[in-house]
Design a protein around this ligand. Structure first.
Ligand SMILES: O=P(O)(O)O[C@@H]1C[C@H](O)[C@@H](CO)O1
Ligand SMILES: Nc1nc2[nH]cnc2c(=O)[nH]1
Length: 390
């Protein structure tokens, strides 16, 4: 990260923001800073606008007082520079970590290895299957026995979940006798994370020893044959973010993960799809199981009617805001992929004034809650089947 001086000049954790905003690092104020300070002014009406003359106290706005009577200090870009023209920032260790996580787009192999080591050491096991729980489907992770739970905040260099229905926990343990790790909460592009960061945990899974990725999501059903509560086994995808020039593999390629130009035909493991269809039959829900094409849009908006019509023409059966970049990352590092969408809402392509016809997150979560049992059973039976072949 350029521009931030994380060692020498940075005072971390002292909470002394009053001092810091005045630019008095380590108790000294440089002449250079003092010069700049007198040039700086508050641009608000109370200081410059009304009287027409700059406030002599620099960037401290005299009319806006804090409860202790001191003026409110408005930091300017100049006031944050020290004598070496480096930005001095005053952050707690937690703020500093969050800033790094926010600013790094791609993770070097070594950082991912460190995260994987942290999880393997902390859980005492090497998982074989990685599960990503879709919106409202966090209960998939509740199936895990002898679980060791890692909150995302406590995993070094891990992003944090910001979406309702995504708890932000990594659960490691056994399911049907197989070592697994499950993400209760994924990262989405619309949260502000670049795609490489959204799917970084898939690489962590790989370095933990994971061979199979099970990715699940909540999605809108575009195929008119789909009903709310149905499950669509993904056999292909249309990468709309990719059409727009966005890929989780953008940037330098590290061949330790995979090749520069990975092929994506046959990304979704056919044996696992066929097995899931059989399991659906055994569960008596075959009429609720479909095989289809998923597409990921950037979100957070749900689609317009024109967009839905376009997606349908392209052969898309269900639309969501995730999964595709995770699958790309998993295939790049040669993991076997199984993925499904829980259809939480029907995407009508007719214009309507009815509020009920509009997608909304509450409905998405409510349907996931109702259907989580069936989703859990499908996943655990499929894992039991994999266990037989191990
Ligand atoms: O994380 P997934 O893809 O399961 O969740 C979908 C996309 C948005 O996060 C949310 C919208 O309701 O559901
Ligand atoms: N993009 C998108 N994501 C969803 N997630 C759940 N339902 C939907 C939907 O209709 N559209």
């Amino acid at each position: 990260m350029t521009g931030y001086n994380s060692k020498g000049d940075v005072a971390t954790g002292n909470g002394n923001h009053k001092n810091s905003a005045k630019g008095q690092a380590n108790g000294k104020k440089t002449a250079e800073y003092a010069d700049r300070e007198s040039d700086a002014m508050c641009s608000r009406d109370c200081c410059a606008g009304k009287s027409g003359s700059p406030n002599k106290s620099g960037n401290a706005c005299a009319e806006n007082k804090q409860s202790d009577g001191n003026p409110v200090v408005v930091p300017t870009p100049q006031s944050l520079l020290n004598s070496d023209n480096r930005i001095q920032c005053y952050l707690t260790p937690e703020e500093f970590r969050a800033l790094r996580v926010m600013n790094e787009d791609t993770y070097p192999y070594e950082v991912i290895q460190e995260i994987a080591d942290f999880i393997v050491k902390g859980s005492g096991m090497r998982p074989k299957i990685g599960i990503i729980c879709g919106t409202g489907l966090g209960s998939l992770a509740d199936l895990i026995q002898d679980a060791k739970v890692f909150e995302y905040e406590k995993i070094p260099n891990f992003p944090v979940s910001t979406v309702e229905g995504h708890a932000g926990k990594l659960v490691v343990g056994t399911l049907e006798g197989v070592n697994v790790m499950a993400m209760q909460g994924r990262f989405h592009f619309y949260e502000g994370y670049p795609l490489a960061k959204c799917s970084m945990p898939v690489r962590v899974m790989k370095l933990c020893g994971v061979e199979y990725l099970f990715a699940t999501n909540a999605a809108g059903g575009i195929n008119p044959k789909f009903a709310v509560g149905d499950i669509m086994l993904m056999h292909d995808h249309v990468n709309m973010l990719g059409f727009a020039g966005n890929s989780p593999l953008q940037g330098p390629n590290d061949p330790r993960f995979g090749p520069r130009f990975p092929a994506l035909v046959n990304s979704y493991n056919r044996d696992l799809i066929n097995k899931a269809i059989e399991i659906g039959k055994a569960m008596g829900i075959e009429s609720n199981i479909h095989v289809g094409v998923y597409s990921c849009l950037g979100g957070p908006t749900y689609e317009t009617i024109a967009e839905l019509k376009a997606l349908r023409m392209m052969g898309v059966d269900a639309v969501g805001m995730s999964t595709v970049h995770e699958v790309i990352t998993a295939r790049h590092c040669d993991m076997k992929v199984f993925a499904f969408s829980l259809i939480t809402n029907k995407c009508s392509i007719e214009y309507s004034d009815k509020k009920d016809d509009e997608a909304n997150h509450e409905e998405v979560m409510a349907v996931a809650k109702i259907r989580q049992k069936a989703c859990c059973e499908l996943v655990s039976r499929l894992i039991a089947d994999i266990q037989k072949t191990m």
